[in-house]
Design a binder for this molecule. Structure first.
Ligand code: NAP
Length: 352
């Protein structure tokens, strides 16, 4: 099978590096283009990355000598994975879509557009149907987005509960890793020996994105889920992996075993055999003190979500902890899984 050529915008950033790491031996996709800001453009990838490669021991040989280009829509590839800073991502991603590319984006800029799917393949694959509305804006190309890294873990855990019991109210308090702020991110003197109880815009994103993801598409319009979500977000001194304490009120009563089984039996992508899909997508930790970022963030190659400490809540119905890897499941891995779903569903990726 000829591999589909892909380009990475923002290839030099935290998420861009993850894309390279995850795509270097992908069975369907081949890294053909790397692009970033003017500061990096014109250099080889290894020159642009001097002192900045952080996701593994070595920059993969395949990309070391590749020239980093500017983010202009003249790249030789079919899919664009965007890990651009949100201050510039919006118009650049639109330019690529207008020029016929399939854009799978991590950035927040288009997530809430009324013609753009905010997609988690296990949660709302039917939202891909909205893409036809983008024809008026972009012609042949289009944009698909994945959620914010903290909304990702939360919604993966809420979906099986919503399907089985209905959901009315959600309280969530996050403990988010420093890699979520990009590189160099939060200054060490601010986060060492500390918890920073504010991440700009994060609570709003969690509250709004969750409702779009858990909602429906009716008559080519998004219908947001009727759930009350209240989020509090904190930056903690952890490298990778967002931990979230969640309390839920369900639509109907459920036993503890029913709740655990809803998580354990959730595996909607099993038959599709997508290369990046974790199997199972949710792993229930039964130990009293798990999940923990250090031990559980790499479950399912960083694509699985760990749920633990599931127990009754004295105010709402149940409470539990959720953990997901923020730059894999919450960013690069999510965008790759979205592209894999589009390929098997025949959405926009029928030519190389
Ligand atoms: P980052 O480490 O700061 O990287 C930003 C990237 O954007 C770099 O490659 C940078 O290139 C490029 N860039 C900056 N200004 C540019 C310009 N004017 N033109 C072209 N390229 C430009 O950020 P990150 O953490 O990887 O995040 C990337 C995106 O993913 C953001 O939108 C973020 O919100 C989102 N996201 C991040 C996470 C996470 O856990 N980190 C999770 C989900 C979503 P240079 O190196 O050349 O400056």
């Amino acid at each position: 099978m000829n591999k589909i050529k892909v380009g990475i915008l923002g290839a030099t950033g935290m998420v861009g590096q993850r894309f390279i790491d995850l795509l270097q031996s992908h069975p369907w996709f081949e890294i053909a283009e790397l692009a970033a800001s003017e500061k990096s453009a014109g250099k080889t990838y290894e020159e642009a990355m001097e002192g900045r490669w952080k996701v593994s021991a070595e920059i993969p040989n395949k990309v070391r000598k590749m020239k980093v280009k500017e983010c202009k829509p003249n790249l030789d590839c079919r899919i664009i994975f965007s890990a651009l800073d949100s201050s510039v991502a919006g118009p650049i991603e639109e330019e690529f879509a207008k020029n016929g590319y399939v854009v799978s984006s991590n950035s927040r800029n288009h997530r809430m557009d009324n013609d753009v799917p905010l997609l988690i393949p296990e949660v709302n694959p039917e939202h891909l149907s909205i893409i036809k509305k983008q024809k008026q804006r972009f012609g042949k190309g289009f944009i698909v987005t994945n959620p914010n890294c903290s909304a990702m873990g939360l919604v993966m855990a809420l979906k099986p509960l919503q399907d089985a019991f209905g959901l009315k109210k959600v309280f969530v308090t996050t403990m988010q890793a420093v890699s979520g702020a990009g590189y160099p991110g939060v200054a060490s003197l601010d986060v060492l020996d500390n918890v920073v109880p504010y991440i700009g815009g994060e609570e709003e994103k969690m509250e709004s994105e969750s409702l779009k993801l858990l909602g429906n598409v009716k008559n080519d319009k998004f219908v947001y889920a009727d759930i009350k979500v209240s989020a509090q977000c904190n930056r903690v001194n952890v490298k990778d992996g967002h931990l979230e304490a969640v309390n839920v009120e369900l639509g109907r009563k459920a036993t503890l075993d029913e709740i655990k089984n809803a998580f354990k039996n959730f595996n909607p992508l099993k038959k599709l055999n997508l290369p990046s899909a974790p199997n199972p997508p949710i792993i229930v930790r039964e130990e009293i003190d798990r999940p923990q970022p250090k031990y559980d963030r790499d479950l399912g190659n960083g694509m699985a979500v760990a749920v633990g400490r599931i127990r009754k809540c004295n105010i709402l119905d149940y409470r539990f902890l959720v953990l997901s890897h923020n730059t894999i499941r919450g960013a690069a891995g999510a965008a790759i899984l979205n592209a894999e779903l589009m390929k098997v569903k025949g959405v926009g990726l029928n030519r190389n």
